[in-house]
Write a protein that binds this ligand. Structure first.
Ligand SMILES: NC(=O)c1ccc[n+]([C@@H]2O[C@H](COP(=O)([O-])OP(=O)(O)OC[C@H]3O[C@@H](n4cnc5c(N)ncnc54)[C@H](OP(=O)(O)O)[C@@H]3O)[C@@H](O)[C@H]2O)c1
Length: 183
């Protein structure tokens, strides 16, 4: 953990990290906790502002970590897709415990959802792309969407989602799509 932390400081050319995220829990909770203790030590030494865990798809696992951690996870960073029912239960745990849920693969894993006529029609109504509408909707559901774009145009589009708001009625339409994903 210390080696990885030092490598990140070097790569990012900083002397402190905003966030340190465990790539995924280990198969055994005891191993996860051992890694977490090392992360806590780095935060206690002032090297990190907040800690997180990624690829954590079992709510029970997150709850165990939460219960045993001295410094609680501030962030969960997960693949956002139908296979895990879009982490509905896990996101509820995050909401109840003040953990920020970050999504990745938000676009990559959901091409069929983004092509659904209901979503495309709503995007047209708001004069936005389906990707923008989806990102905006998810931010209104307290999800921080990461985007891995390498296109300057897409970066601009992704950053421009905060100058409009999806109505609660339309959010409900999109909620329903997440409840009944294609396929
Ligand atoms: N914790 C983990 O295990 C893990 C795993 C994977 C990724 N991540 C992180 O998650 C972040 C997001 O990466 P991701 O791959 O998951 O991102 P993503 O949201 O799935 O986006 C990437 C794809 O979406 C396209 N895209 C982005 N904005 C768009 C827009 N406005 N309209 C249309 N297409 C758009 C990109 O194409 P263009 O390049 O052409 O725009 C690219 O093909 C990254 O920072 C990555 O480091 C974490």
């Amino acid at each position: 953990m210390r080696q990885s932390f030092q490598a990140s400081l070097r790569n990012l050319r900083v002397d402190r990290l905003d966030g340190l995220v465990l790539h995924s829990p280990y198969a055994e909770d005891g191993d996860t906790l051992e890694a977490w203790r090392a992360m806590e030590a780095l935060q206690e030494q002032g090297g990190v502002r907040q800690l997180g865990v990624s690829n954590c798809y079992e709510p029970a696992r997150l709850e165990t970590l939460w219960t045993k951690a001295r410094i609680k996870p501030a962030v969960v960073q997960n693949r956002f897709y139908a296979k895990t029912s879009y982490d509905r239960e896990l996101r509820a745990f995050c909401r109840d415990h003040g953990i920020l849920y970050q999504s990745f693969w938000t676009l990559t894993a959901n091409p069929e959802l983004l092509a659904r006529p209901e979503l495309v029609a709503l995007a047209e109504t708001y004069e936005r792309s389906p990707a923008q509408l989806f990102f905006r909707f998810l931010t209104q559901r307290d999800i921080l969407c990461l985007t891995g774009t390498s296109s300057e145009d897409h970066m601009r589009e992704d950053l421009a989602i905060f100058d409009f708001r999806v109505s609660e009625e339309d959010c409900a339409v999109l909620d329903a799509l997440l409840e009944c994903p294609p396929g």
